[in-house]
Design a protein around this ligand. Structure first.
Ligand SMILES: [Zn+2]
Ligand SMILES: [Zn+2]
Length: 283
């Protein structure tokens, strides 16, 4: 788990606590309060991690991580999940259809906490943490909790190149933050995008409408692009260009712009991390 500042002018004094499965966004009343909360979270996380290490050493299995994942899905229904905030997604976290106010509204799965559409949450399962009362759950949790096979007609699979969870946590990305998307190039999307260079796909920039979206609206293979600062001497703006293609971005701070330019230049030259924690720019 990690704690870091959100660095988003729209949500001052906010910070993110991210684990393997989801990210929690918290807002304090002042910068000072935010810092003391972040320190308290970090201390708690350090303590838990220290304890987990002793567990792992005792288990002595190279598959330690896999065991951890399985335990997490076994926890479904045993305790109330952390709900993913509505604002963190623009599309159903199961079928990836975009939400809107009229025909596709947001619902929460009471088992995993994901934000899903009505069709993907039209299932009920008894949850232990709610005294085994039936609760609205998503199709995945329904299948997991009841062992029932899903009616196939309801599961609409459309896999594509943009279908890559947004890797909201720093461990999963070489670089991620909001960037302003400038110019007509971006069409209806924008003005801000959650931009990610994933650790497991380090030569591609994915742009999402929101940090927990399961599907990007744009992906740009960075290889061969030229990264330039500007336009018009704006110290926070920078551009990607290659044979007629031009994308303009603006970061929230100059420091952040510097890190993005460096990350994109590396990707444009074909650089990949040679081991998992190499070249971490996002901390
Ligand atoms: Zn759905
Ligand atoms: Zn669920």
């Amino acid at each position: 788990m990690k704690v870091r500042e959100l660095m988003d002018a729209e949500f001052p004094h906010s910070f993110l606590v991210s684990g393997k499965q989801r990210t929690l966004e918290l807002q304090a009343r002042s910068q000072e309060e935010m810092i003391s909360w972040m320190q308290a979270f970090q201390a708690a996380i350090d303590q838990i991690e220290k304890r987990n290490e002793t567990f792992k050493a005792a288990a002595q299995g190279p598959e330690g991580d896999i065991q951890e994942q399985e335990l997490q899905s076994e926890e479904l229904g045993l305790r109330a999940p952390q709900w993913v905030r509505d604002k963190m997604v623009t599309m159903c976290m199961r079928c990836q259809e975009p939400f809107n106010a009229l025909t596709r509204r947001r619902h929460h799965c009471r088992a995993c906490g994901y934000v899903v559409c009505a069709r993907c949450s039209d299932y009920w399962a008894e949850l232990k943490y709610d005294d085994n009362r039936p609760n609205r759950v998503c199709l995945h949790c329904y299948a997991f909790l009841t062992g029932n096979v899903l009616p196939e007609a309801k599961e609409d699979k459309r896999r594509g190149i943009l279908e890559k969870g947004s890797s909201a946590t720093p461990d999963q990305s070489l670089m991620c933050s909001f960037l302003q998307l400038i110019g007509d190039k971006w069409g209806k999307s924008g003005p801000r995008g959650w931009c990610v260079i994933p650790r497991d796909d380090p030569l591609v920039l994915y742009v999402y409408a929101a940090p927990q979206d399961m599907r990007a609206h744009t992906s740009i293979p960075l290889l061969g692009y030229q990264v330039t600062v500007g336009p018009q001497g704006d110290p926070r703006a920078f551009q990607l260009q290659q044979s007629g293609q031009l994308y303009t971005f603006k970061a929230e701070t100059e420091e952040l712009k510097g890190r993005w330019v460096k990350a994109m230049e590396r990707a444009a030259s074909g650089w990949s991390p040679s081991w998992p924690n190499d070249g971490d720019l996002s901390d």
